[in-house]
Design a protein around this ligand. Structure first.
Ligand SMILES: [Zn+2]
Ligand SMILES: [Zn+2]
Length: 201
């Protein structure tokens, strides 16, 4: 993320960064204003401009709007399906076509560390095939390598171990339930075991 941050010095020489996304601000507001005391189950949404210093691509500018839906206080798989349902409802009501919903499970603090270790040692063996960014990520945040668009890294990733095989029983059951709810809601999806979106904080 650091290199995607929209950071510059203002006229007074202060370093300024424009917000890259809203989730962290929402979480901060939730904690700071003790919203958990207000209601054990909180649903929040947020719409606003965000900024990332990325290479502009077709349909992707450095300023873009993000719509967030966040649910706090419930870990039920139904909530995951609910949030995805909101997105699909939005896309449908805008009349958009040609999109697809890809899902994956990122596991939990119990099953992710053993996977991360396994992935790290796999990446160590392939360090020379990775781009300089991924060589750094391999040590610090190996899951981020899945996100890399560089061809050599993509080839390494194709053979990499997947979190799927490391999910604990609870995560496996949770993910299964999410899929069931999506099916109940009539929402088509594809499981993409290599989709690991995450920001480097
Ligand atoms: Zn787990
Ligand atoms: Zn890479």
């Amino acid at each position: 993320m650091e290199k995607e941050m929209y950071t510059f010095s203002d006229k007074g020489g202060e370093s300024v960064t424009l917000r890259p996304e809203a989730t962290s601000s929402i979480v901060r507001a939730y904690i700071e204003h003790k919203l958990y005391a207000w209601d054990p189950e909180v649903r929040l949404y947020f719409i606003g401009p965000m900024f990332r210093y990325e290479r502009p691509q077709k349909g992707r500018l450095r300023q873009f709007h993000q719509i967030n839906a966040e649910v706090f206080g419930v870990a039920h798989p139904m909530v995951d399906a609910e949030v995805m349902g909101i997105l699909i409802h939005l896309l449908r009501s805008l009349g958009l076509q040609g999109y697809r919903l890809e899902i994956n499970s990122l596991g939990c603090p119990r099953c992710r560390p053993p996977f991360r270790e396994r992935l790290r040692s796999y990446l160590e063996e392939h360090l020379r095939e990775l781009c300089p960014d991924c060589r750094r990520r391999a040590e610090r945040n190996p899951l981020r390598v899945f996100d890399c668009k560089v061809e050599g890294c993509q080839e390494v990733i194709l053979q990499a171990p997947l979190l799927e095989g490391f999910l604990c029983e609870e995560c496996r059951a949770h993910f299964g339930e999410v899929k069931n709810y999506l099916e109940d809601l009539g929402i088509p999806y594809e499981v993409n075991p290599r989709m690991v979106r995450g920001l480097d904080y």
